[in-house]
Design a protein around this ligand. Structure first.
Ligand code: PDD
Length: 317
């Protein structure tokens, strides 16, 4: 037996003690109940902010460069000044170290900051950077084993010309409306169409459709978030010799698909087995899903191990 006597209990208590949430606000680290920002903050008042979500593998943030680059792109689109990327990186590392969880969820939020109560963005004072680190909680295993059921809600994806979904802003009302509709109808997630009826993405993931031997995902011009996991899934599938395409897909493509899956940082690759009342393929996770998920995991683990060897100086994605 590995843990004789009270050894296991002590080890478990120590593990629980070490699991923690830490919040870095503009370079100062707080416990969760001491972390506060102003009610005049425009992120709170108007969703006038951008954010990123990362997770760790083996304690090392995965695809850091890709997430930080998207954070910068989102902020540039909204004209929110970003503190230096290397400063954010250093603060993230420090907050992770203080939280010292075996695996962490990391959320980086940059708001335009506080100012007088007016929409006018030029009146904001200085941006606020929040880095929230908490223990990573995996999705329930049944979702990967039996697959999830998604609904296509009445609400459509934002138009690119209105609020471009490529901007990862703090305004997620479009996704919240869609997810609420799907959850109230008893589904696990929502798959949004654009105003022309093309498949765009799920409420917080991208979507992949296997048609015969072709792995298809909606083209960026449909209006969707360019997911880091989406990009890596395309790369991994192409490297494995699969034919991939970024194209226009409609609901008939979905219903007739052999497999459907969604991708995101937190979900990795997750199978979808039903859309509204229609089963997909044989109604259970298919072989391409199983293959891509295991290739993705291998890639994430190898990349973060290499990153750890380089002391955080590599581009692991
Ligand atoms: N969501 N589409 C939307 C609308 C998203 O919010 C996300 C990510 C994705 C997938 O992006 P990525 O592969 O880079 O995680 C697609 C994150 C996980 C979140 O907001 O929690």
């Amino acid at each position: 037996m590995l843990f004789a006597g009270g050894g296991y209990r002590l080890w478990a208590e120590e593990a629980i003690r070490r699991v923690s949430t830490r919040v870095n606000i503009d370079g100062e680290v707080f416990g969760p109940s001491d972390a506060r920002i102003s009610v005049f903050d425009r992120g709170f008042l108007y969703g006038d902010s951008v954010y990123e979500v990362l997770r760790t593998y083996g304690g090392v943030p995965f695809a850091k460069q890709a997430h930080l680059a998207r954070l910068q792109r989102s902020a540039d689109r909204l004209g929110i000044p970003v503190p230096g990327i290397s400063w954010i990186q250093a603060q993230m590392d420090r907050t992770l170290a203080e939280a010292s969880n075996p695996e962490s969820y990391i959320r980086i939020v940059i708001t335009r900051g506080s100012g007088p109560l007016t929409l006018d963005p030029t009146r904001a004072r200085s941006p606020v950077c929040v880095i929230l680190v908490k223990p990573y909680e995996p999705f329930p295993e049944w979702m990967y084993e039996t697959g999830i059921r998604v609904a296509i809600p009445a609400v459509r994806r934002n138009l690119r010309a209105a609020l471009d979904p490529a901007i990862k802003s703090g305004n997620y009302l479009n996704s919240i409306l869609a997810l609420g509709e799907a959850r109230r109808a008893g589904f696990d997630d929502a798959l949004l169409l654009d105003v022309r009826g093309r498949i765009a993405e799920a409420s917080s993931s991208n979507v992949f459709v296997l048609i015969g031997s072709r792995l298809c995902t909606p083209a960026l011009e449909t209006g969707l978030l360019e997911g880091v996991t989406r990009g890596l899934t395309l790369r991994i599938a192409r490297d494995a010799g699969m034919e991939c395409c970024e194209c226009n897909l409609d609901t008939a493509d979905l219903i007739n698909a052999d497999e459907v899956m969604i991708t995101s940082t937190l979900r990795e690759i997750m199978p979808v087995v039903q859309i509204d009342d229609q089963p997909i393929g044989h109604g259970k996770p298919g072989p391409v899903y199983h293959k891509l998920r295991s290739l993705f995991r291998e890639h994430a683990l190898a990349a973060t191990r290499a990153e750890a060897r380089l002391g955080g100086k590599g581009d692991e994605s």
